[in-house]
Design a protein. Sequence first.
Lengths: 117, 891
Amino acid sequence: MGGELDLLQGTLDLMVLQTLATMGPQHGYGIARRVEQVSGNEVLLNQGTIHASLVRLQQQGFIRAEWGTSENNRRARFYSLTRTGRKQLERRTEHWERLKAVMSRVLGQSASGPAGR
Amino acid sequence: MMSRLRSLLARLVSPVRRRRLERDLDDDLAAHFSLLVDDLERRGLPPAEARRQARLRFGSLDVAREAHRDARGIGWIEAWSRDARYAARSLRARPGLTLVAVLTLSLGIGTPAAVFGLLDRFVFGTPDVADPDAFVNVVRDGRYSTVTATLAEYQAMSRAQAVRELAAWSSHKFIAPLGADDPSLVTGLLATCNVFRLLGTTTPTAGRLFTPGDCESPAPIAILSERAWRARFGGDPSIVGASLRFGQTPVTIIGVVDAAPILHQWDDAALTPELWLPYSAYASIPASMRSHAATDLLAPSNRTRWLYVGGLLAPGATRAAASAELDALDLAVSLEPDTRRRDPVKAIDGSRWASAPLDMLGLIAMALALPAVLLLLTAVNVAALLLARAAGRQREIGVRLALGASRSSLARLLVAENLILTGLAAGVSFLLVTVVPPLLVRYFDAADWFGDPASLLPGRRVVACVAIASVLSGLLAGLSPMVESLKPRPADALNERRRFGGPRRATRTRRVFVCIQIAACIVPLVTAMIYARAVERYTRPSAPVDALLVAEFTDSRRPALSPAEIATHVEAMAGVSRVALTSSWLPLVFEDAMRVAHPATGAEFPVAERQVSAAFFDTFDVPVVAGRAFDPADLATDPGAEPVIVSEALARRLLGDVSPIGATLQPGRNERLERRLLVVGVAATREVGHAMFRAAGTDGSVIYRLLPETAATGYLLARTRGPAEAAAPAVRERLRALLGTAAQVQPFSAYLEERAGWIRRIEGLFAGLGALSLVLALMGVAGVVSFDALQRRKEIAVRQALGASPGDVRRRIVRLGAPALVAGAAIGLGGAWLLARVTEAERILPSTASGPDPIPYATVGVLMVGIGLATLAAIAYPASRRDPLPVLRED
């Protein structure tokens, strides 16, 4: 196996929303670190990817940004979830759960199919 | 849904907030970088190593910025706005070239748009009434020129529910002097008494407007137009109530009105009658002044249509509903037994377009032909400029292509440049469109045709025209330079080994440009010269007219003296040698026309027709070259044939070399002439003026008929012993004594000058266009040829190094440009010839008896080729003197 995972379209945005829901307001670097940690370093995020996701979510009104001071006393933008963002997270989580269930059913059936014969 | 909308809005405004967003991102990236460095230091890395590792993990900042840009904005908007900024900078870097290109394009776009600005008003303009949206013109057969109704038909249609204020006015204009002191003529119109409500005039300037009762009494009352009131009576309020003679009819002026002009015929100017009379006054107008002397137009049995009809739509009614209702009402009283032959009536908006769309399309095409040529010329000119610039940029483009820019993104950049140039030009053109049409209306004194010049503001059709012309010239000017720019392969461009576009192909493009430019400037120049010579010919006809005096006579004069008797009295004066009478169509000034059938083929064709007295040929100095002149005995009615004299040109056209004397001609079927025409004489061919029918008399074909003694209106022509002007006062006095009222007496040359005025103005317009296109063409040719010479400098240098003399080099350069020059001249002369045929056939150009005039073509052709060759020589000379060595060392 090895190597990092290719993210499906839309999954990064969901990870960002979930991270902010769990950890509260966080700067971009912190969000990226947290996603990498939680994924056991299966997902490695470069700056371009995380900032593109942040600006997208911000434009959709799911997160908001405020300037603050980081732990090393640097000016950084802190992102937090908005109310629509929280609703969006619920909706997307539910959607993802359903997708997950369908996928595992489909994949489970295919595993006990030709392979089992 | 909301979040999508929000996102779209944010993306749309992101280019505007670009600077702030980029700054925020940079700050953010810097903060993250330092956080990463701190992290790495905390894990025990020394500061320098931590920074190195952080840089490695962080990746390219440019990639991060690009991803951010893509995520926050709309890709193509961002890309275009970037290109537009770059293009604007590169245009600012060469202000001279940009200015020339913008001004040239503006001329190309502005000229057709300005002409269209006038056409828009002429073709689509509706009458200037108070409520133009509700206004309808009721027409028959779809046209104004077909008179709409009899009185009975009008009265039937007035019952329509869909139309209110249905009014009618006479198609015949009653023209006569008003009052005893002023001999000039005024135009009177008969109308129904609600006509002013239709036109939206509710209050008179003085006195009163018509009341319904006025149209029931035959008492001749009249309302004076405000313009005539001020011009003829100095705005004297006591005119209201005064009794004046309008021709022979005594009329009482009841009021003064400032009413909107009405469109009489689609191919005529709008009409503001000087005198309005109730239609019932027709009964008091003498038979000689009526259009249909034998018919009583007011009688219920009358079948001759004589009224134009207009009305206002009732609230909520449409023109289609009004058409249906009016037609049904008209059908009920129709006197035409065969309903299939009946022309239905229709309510239209009152524009010329609604009346005669095909004619209007033809007019638009004709009027826009020359401006379109100018658009082509300017676009080609700018294309040549941009082409030269594209050649200068091939290195830059090569570098960009080598660095991985796609050709489509480069094309976008070039399109952005072109759009900026065209956009600026469109802006300037819009100014031209606002300013030029009113100036032209004033220059041509054509407010009757186009309305008040101050109100000629560009409407949406004109804006659309500017847009279309801009897109066209942008495409024409930008496409070829763009294609040429994108051609180089990076390696070639960087090595400069290959000329851009390939030498042969680029040269061919440039030759086509030279050809088009020369051709396009020849057309207006030749046309201007044809017009100039027409004015010359027109005001100085081959027979001398300096000693000719013209007096207008109408039936308002004392009926005791017939025109023939008056002529005898004037001829007896010391300063006068000969006097003739003509009908109300003065030869050379405006010709009547009739159709005759060709004796061999039977095909009918129009010829100019002059009704003259026997003395005309002596007086007007037209020699009778065969047969005889008219004889007073010719007036005796011969039931079989009417004696006529034909011009030599007509005789040749009809019978070739056979003598026409004694031949009989068949008048056209619609000519209302019962008798055949017996040719008794042949007169010399002379110039023919503007004739009533298109194509009549272009070759000098004239048919002369003898003016009947009963003719009550027309002109008296007197040949004087000295200059006409000197004899004018005496003749005027004599006529006053004979007639008892003042008569209008003027030298014949004054009439010709007045008629030549409009040709002079058209000539001025063409001369202006010609001069403009000459300057443009010379600029373009010089630019193209000198660019060509520059491109070939290496070839020339090699030739020089191999022993070519300066003379050889000069000949080579001239030979390169000359074929395009000659071909352009040939195409231009052909185009000018075609345009001249069209203007002659459309009667825009006065005809010549001698066929096409070769001098303008020869003069302009030789002049253009000469100027072109001189330009080539001027470019060839320095090129042939250049030292070849530095050029050869360029690589």
